[in-house]
Design a protein around this ligand. Structure first.
Ligand code: SF4
Length: 419
């Protein structure tokens, strides 16, 4: 598709005729409260020391077992249903294509990111293994059980990718290696490629190299925030959390060197106070480096320090989704796009017919992430309803149908200006 004829572009409807974007002034997290000493570091779970038995379903009303990686991992409810260890059905999805394995410890994640359900400040209120994360429960499953099931016939598995999700914990680097080794001993990584969702704060370049040598395919860094100021406010000093923008970029650059083009990327949450122009400029920077961006629509996670704030307005989200797809997969550049004084997209810089074709294909509005086996631009990591309720889907975990696309067009709030 050509991308250098910006003479006929759609524009956003005028400001003030619908929901605005989530502004920087609005998206201020609450300050974390002090945690009582007896609740810190998973103390109740360690004191009770209940032995785990098989699969553990998050349940706030019983004593949480003492579970640790690498023997135990957590996974999304969608992955647990697809694996067959939990019963359930998902709205308009028969399965998920990504088996996300989240490291687990009674101490939980030692970071305090303001938008995250796993954050440290929650230790006063809920044991780590019981916390909601991206809107869903995360059952804990013995790693051997997971591997036994998938290894029966990896080539025929519904999973197109496995992803080890690290957290901020002193054991996280070591145990990520252990999980990866145990997996690749029994499952050929060419049958089910492995991604690493890293925790840069505790990592060195040697760690990145080791994971690559052990067969990891893609390495991602959850920048989450689109600007250094938002990063600091939501996951750095602003919320007594240890992360820094500089360290995240250091490991991202290491991943670029070690994993190579198209094999590294960054997560970005849209709607935490950045402008659409700032978000898409970051997407462009990542593409120019040879990587990809994986996007999440901000959702006020219950129990998080931002659960009082609004989800990202759909018009803001849809425009950034579409702009990101054009930059990542259609060689459009952010410099071709136009923006208003508040940084909102007013034109995508390509002819209307080309833009219509991309919108009608629907892929731009699907969940973004590491690819599966269908196509390079279709993510294995479909995260069903991880950033919205099914009643108002942000990231589509399936191919949007004609009715979905009509809604998406309304949400984009594009005014066609055909020449
Ligand atoms: S480091 Fe990751 S898991 Fe830990 S609080 Fe931050 S976003 Fe959540």
């Amino acid at each position: 598709m050509s991308c250098h004829r910006p003479e006929s572009t759609p524009v956003a409807s005028p400001a003030g005729t619908g929901p605005d974007h989530n502004s920087l002034a609005l998206m201020q997290p609450r300050a974390p409260a002090e945690t009582p000493r007896q609740m810190k570091n998973g103390a109740p779970v360690k004191a009770n020391n209940v032995a785990p038995q098989g699969v553990y379903l998050p349940n706030y009303n019983i004593l949480t077992p003492h579970m640790r990686s690498p023997e135990y991992v957590q996974m999304s409810t969608a992955a647990a249903i697809t694996l067959g260890v939990v019963q359930g059905k998902m709205y308009r999805c028969s399965c998920t294509r990504c088996l996300n394995l989240l490291l687990t410890y009674p101490e939980g994640c030692r970071a305090n990111c303001a938008y995250c359900g796993l954050a440290r400040h929650r230790e006063a209120e809920r044991d780590y293994a019981d916390r909601n994360f991206i809107r869903v429960d995360w059952p804990a499953v013995p790693l051997d059980t997971v591997i036994d099931i998938v290894a029966r016939d990896a080539a025929a598995s519904p999973f197109h990718r496995m992803c080890i999700s690290m957290i901020t914990h002193p054991r996280s680097d070591h145990d990520t290696v252990s999980v990866l080794k145990r997996w690749t001993e029994r499952i050929d990584p060419s049958a089910i490629p492995v991604s690493i969702l890293s925790n840069p704060t505790t990592m060195t370049r040697d760690d990145v190299e080791r994971l690559h040598q052990l067969g990891a395919d893609i390495f991602t860094v959850a920048l989450d925030a689109a600007t250094p100021a938002i990063f600091d406010r939501t996951r750095g000093k602003g919320v007594q959390s240890p992360h820094t923008w500089a360290k995240y970029w250091e490991i991202l650059m290491d991943a670029r060197d070690v994993f190579g083009p198209q094999k590294f990327g960054a997560h970005i949450i849209i709607g935490m106070g950045e402008t659409e122009q700032q978000a898409l400029s970051l997407v462009q920077r990542l593409v120019d480096l040879g990587g990809h961006s994986h996007m999440f629509c901000f959702f006020p996670e219950k129990g998080s320090l931002m659960d009082h704030l609004p989800a990202t307005p759909r018009d803001q989200w849809r425009r950034v989704q579409l702009g990101r797809y054009l930059i990542d997969y259609r060689a459009v550049r952010v410099e071709q796009m136009s923006f208003d004084s508040e940084g909102r997209v007013t034109g995508f810089g390509i002819p209307q017919g080309e833009l219509d074709a991309v919108i009608d294909a629907g892929i731009a509005f699907r969940t973004s992430g590491c690819p599966g086996k269908f196509a390079e631009d279709i993510s294995a990591c479909d995260r069903p309803y991880g950033d919205s309720p099914p009643s108002n889907i942000a990231s589509f975990p399936f191919q949007p149908d004609r009715s979905d696309l009509r809604k998406i067009r309304r949400q984009l709030r594009l005014v066609e200006r055909r020449n």
